[in-house]
Every structure is written in C-alpha cells, then in structure tokens.
Design a protein around this ligand. Structure first.
Ligand code: ZN
Ligand code: ZN
Length: 590
C-alpha cells in the first residue's frame, strides 16, 4: 500500500513551499528528516562544494516502493501529515513531502530506493520525471540533488558563501545527531569527513563525537520532572563556556527547536557561576504533552512556545541550580591533553573526575605560618551582624579545608590539602563572600538599622536627584532613615546594619548610584545589582596587603558560601593543580 497520502488543500495553503528551500541547509534538512521518518539508523550526507554543486543523502531506512518514489515528487503529497492538527503535533517531524517537489523543481535529482522487495531509480530534471527504472535491491534510499538552483539564477545569487552554507549544514546535523543519538550521522564535504557519530544511543558519546572529549569530559547529567514536563540531558561545568549560544541545544519531544525564553532561563540558572556574556554547553531534552506546545509555530524557524512556560522554566531552573550546587567546581590549572575525540574508555574515566567525595572527618593538621601575623586586622572589611546560615558549611562543604601557604603577587593565595595545590584570587573570593552576605540581607529584608552620630549629607546633581526622589520608597524599604534637606540634598540619619562599617557613606553612595542608573526595579534583579556593586567596591582588592589571619578568615567564609567557585561576575575564585598534575609536571608520574 502507498505510504504517501495526498494533503488537503487547507494544509497545503498553510505552507509556503518556497521558504523551505532557500539554503543548502534547508535541502539537507528535508532529506535528513525524510530519512529519519524512514526509520534509518545510518544517515550519510555527502556534499560537494558545500552542497551547491551536489548534495547526496544516503540512508538504510525502509525505502519506498515504485509508486511512492514517483509520488514523492508530486506537489502536496506527504506521508506524514493528514490534517492541520498533525502539523502541530510536535511528535512528528512534520512538513515532510511538501519541500521535495520544490527542491526537485530547482535542481537535478537522482533517487535510488528500495523497500527490500523492489528497487527503483527515478531521474528528474527541473521537477520533470525523465526516467523511472528498476535498480539494485539494497534496502534504503539514496537521493542526489545536483546543480541546485541551476534554473533560477536569482536564487543562486542569494546563497551565502560556501563556508556559511557548510557551517549551517554542519550545525544542523550536529543538532540532529544530538536529537537522535541512536542514529549514526556522517557528514562529508569534498571528501573530508566533518561529522561521524557513533549512533550507539548514548547522548554523552554523541556530545563527545560532536564537541570533542574536552567538552564531553566536563558535562554533567541532569534529570527532573514536574506535572507538566520531564527534562533530561547534560550541562557543562561553568568553567567550560562559549562566547555565543551555539553550544545550547534544545530538544522538544526529540525535535530540535529554538526558544529564546528557555535559553534565557538556562543562562539565568548559571547565574553568577559563569562569566557575564558567556554561555554554557547544554543539551536539554524536554518531554511534554504536544497539547502544551503553542500552535503558532513557524515551520522553518523552529521556534516553539509553551503554554505553561512558567512551569517549564521553574523546572529547568531548579534542576540546573541543584546540579550546580552539588558539584565541586574547581577548574584545573592544567587541561588534560586530548588529541582524539574517539577514545571512549578515556571518556568513561574522565567525566566524573570532578565529582570528588568530600571527606568530612579528615581534619587538616594544625596550621603553622612563617608569616608576619601582626599586620593590621583585615581592615575590618568583613561584614558582621548578618546571620549567614552556618549549617551550610556542615551540610554542604563544597570546598574542602585547605592550609594556606602564602600569597604571590599580593593577590593570589596559595593553599594546599591532600588533593593538591590551590590558588585563590583574594578579590574574587572576598567578592563572592560579600556578595552572598549582601544578597542575603537584602532578600530577607533585614531591617536592623544603626543611627549615625553625625548625619550624612548627600547632594546630587539635579537630574539624578529627580530620579532618586521618585524612588525614595526603595531607600526606605532598604532601611534608610532620611529626610530632604534643601535643594537636591538628603540627610541620612540611620542606615541598615549590614552596610560595611568602615565605609558606610561610600556604600550609600553606591546604592544611590544603582537606584539612579537602574530602569529595572524587579526586586531580585535590583538586590543582585546592589549586592554585586557593593561586593566589588567594598571587598579587598588585588594587591591589598592581607595577613594570615585574614586569609584564614577568608577561607573559612568562602567555605560557607553557597557557591565558593566563582565571583558574582562569574570569574573563578579558585583553581587547582591536583597532586597528580604536580607529579606529572615534575615527571614523577607519567
Ligand atoms: Zn570586582
Ligand atoms: Zn568579580
């Protein structure tokens, strides 16, 4: 029986066929999705001159009989879609069948296919069938599209550079490989192999095939579900990041999709773990009832919308934050030397390596210093009066105890413990500690205030004062007691206790600066901005002289933080040379 059914007119009209074949990538996409629908386990894409000269897609799928192989090129024929409703059922790849006639109309096509009973070969030129004959019987389909756009010179002009066309195909196939780890994908351009995935069903293995071992070894598995959604996949350690979002792959019911909202949610979840403007590697699989997927989906843009978006973003946020807060995330100073992408056994060993088990009973022996400890006290640059949840240290010692050795370049604290040697950036570490304290104080609406002996007088430029005036409520909410005093001036009589004691006026000015320069008064974002600004300005700087007791204090406070590994801007606070790294460097170990 024919597997292809004729689409009804309504559906046909909904699809703008022309849009589907603008790029080499669109042609490859159409052919590859046909192969997937045909249950292929191997899909090989061969390009010549980035596909502009020739595109050949070969699969080992179920193939077609003679009738279907001719029908495949007639307009409005499709095996996948019967009604409009099917279009939005994201379980099917959809839109199959429509584009093939469009592709054929602007190229030369050679189709060889066999369903295991008959082998058929169809030749077309500019969409016209030139020849149909029998051919050999290897089950599967191979389709060759050559001279794309040969009869429409205008379109040809719009093809981008060969490099761009190839990059788009490669990106698309990478995403497909990640969507279908059980299918082996091969991409070859001008006889050069660019992608070759194992197709063994293992997603991490596929990540290794696509991004290489360095990336695969720094991915951690995630999993979670709620009433509406189920998510799974892999996310990278924060130390591994890219300057763009191309390392983020979203799959909805196995279909590769794009969603700015979800990407934003992922980036938010990495919040302060990752350097500003950097993006992690993420392969996120979302399983959902198709009814929750918004129907206003454009077929070629791969954009989706979910009707219960909050439920989904909450789940993603929770799962990623939990995962990040459950790992020891100290970047190693020395990268593993990786030359080859394909050594599986190495991969097995590596990717849980950072999951160190924290040994609570192991106490670091008495600390001794040959260091001048009489220097001035930490310049009072700590914040007191704030109850930080001291249980965190007990429950979640993400950082093992370390013995401080000394400081180099007035900035980097050297420590050791049985695991190895650690280097801590004193500013970044102090910034993280202070950030969490300020943020805690702000978000718990800590209302303890202190009266100042001599009230602070703060005068602002007129334009700034006008903005501040509009947000007096925010200052009050923060715990400031103040009054207007003449023109463009306020007098502050008391302030919250959590302000740094040694420079409250400076801190107040910073807070006012944030208020005046802020458009977004979302409470969380505002609190965060104030906390980061204060933490950065009020923490010990690189080069500031600190004493051993200061260091000890810094280390113990750092161990109490929720995320001791990065400063609030996402820079690392600590890196390590493991004991093994050192042994290797000195050739004690090979
Ligand atoms: Zn800073
Ligand atoms: Zn920072």
């Amino acid at each position: 029986m024919s597997k292809i059914k004729v689409m009804n007119e309504d559906l046909a009209n909904k699809i703008a066929a022309g849009e589907v074949v603008e790029r080499v990538m669109n042609v490859v996409k159409e052919l590859v999705e046909n192969s997937i629908d045909a249950e292929a386990s191997i899909i090989k894409v061969e390009l010549f001159e980035s596909g502009v000269k020739e595109i050949k897609v070969t699969d080992d799928g179920i193939g077609m009989d003679k009738e279907d192989s001719i029908m495949a090129f007639s307009r409005h024929a499709t095996s996948k879609l019967k009604t409009l409703d099917d279009l939005f059922n994201i379980n099917s790849l959809g839109f199959r069948g429509e584009a093939l006639p469009s592709i054929a109309s602007v190229s030369n096509v050679l189709l060889k296919t066999s369903d295991g009973k008959v082998g058929t070969m169809v030749t077309l030129e500019g969409g016209i069938v030139k020849e149909v004959k029998s051919c050999d019987l290897v089950k599967g389909t191979s389709i060759t599209i050559s001279n794309l756009f040969y009869n429409t010179p205008v379109r040809l002009k719009y093809l981008k550079s060969l490099y761009t066309e190839l990059a788009n195909v490669s990106d698309y196939l990478s995403k497909m490989a990640l969507s279908y780890p059980s299918i082996k994908f091969i991409l070859i351009n001008d006889s050069k192999e660019l992608i070759n995935t194992s197709g063994n069903g293992d997603l991490l293995k596929t990540i290794n095939n696509i991004y290489g071992l360095v990336v695969a070894s720094k991915m951690m598995e995630i999993k979670g579900e709620n009433d509406d959604y189920k998510i799974s996949g892999y996310i990278s350690y924060p130390e591994l990041s890219k300057s763009n979002r191309s390392g983020i792959t979203l799959l909805v019911n196995n279909r590769y999709v794009k969603s700015n909202e979800i990407v934003r949610c992922i980036l938010d979840s990495y919040h302060t773990y990752i350097f500003k403007d950097r993006c992690p590697y993420v392969v996120l699989k979302i399983e959902v009832d198709p009814f929750l997927v918004d129907v206003n989906v454009h077929p070629t843009k791969m954009e989706v919308k979910f009707s219960k978006m909050d439920s989904l973003t909450n789940l993603i946020n929770k799962v990623i934050s939990d995962r990040l807060s459950n790992k020891t995330l100290i970047p190693k100073a020395i990268e593993e030397n990786v030359e080859d992408n394909y050594y599986e056994d190495k991969l097995e060993v590596n990717y849980e390596v950072n999951d160190r088990i924290v040994d609570k009973d192991k106490k670091v022996e008495e600390i001794k210093f040959d260091f001048d400890i009489t220097k001035k006290e930490f310049e009072n640059k700590e914040i007191d009066n704030i109850e930080i949840d001291n249980n965190i240290e007990e429950l979640n010692p993400r950082l093992k105890e370390m013995r401080p050795i000394g400081i180099v370049h007035g900035t980097y604290i050297i420590c050791e413990n049985p695991d190895g040697m650690f280097i801590i950036d004193q500013h970044a570490a102090a910034e993280r500690i202070n950030y969490e304290k300020y943020y805690h104080a702000l978000s718990t609406h800590s209302k303890n205030t202190i009266d100042v002996l001599i009230p602070y007088k703060i005068e602002l430029p007129n334009n700034e004062y006008l903005i501040l005036e509009k947000h007096f409520d925010i200052l009050k909410e923060l715990g400031f007691n103040f009054e207007e005093f003449g023109s463009n001036t306020i007098i502050i009589r008391s302030h919250p206790t959590w302000l740094p004691k040694y420079a409250p006026l400076e801190a107040i000015k910073k807070i006012i600066e944030v208020i005046v320069n802020n458009e977004d008064f979302d409470e969380d974002k505002f609190n965060e901005k104030v906390s980061i600004t204060l933490a950065c300005k009020m923490s010990i700087k690189a080069g500031d002289v600190i004493t051993m007791p200061d260091i000890e204090y810094l280390l113990s406070e750092l161990r109490k933080t929720k995320n001791p590994f990065t400063c609030p801007h996402g820079r690392p606070t600590i890196i390590t040379y493991t004991k093994y790294d050192l042994e290797k460097l000195f050739k004690r170990a090979m």
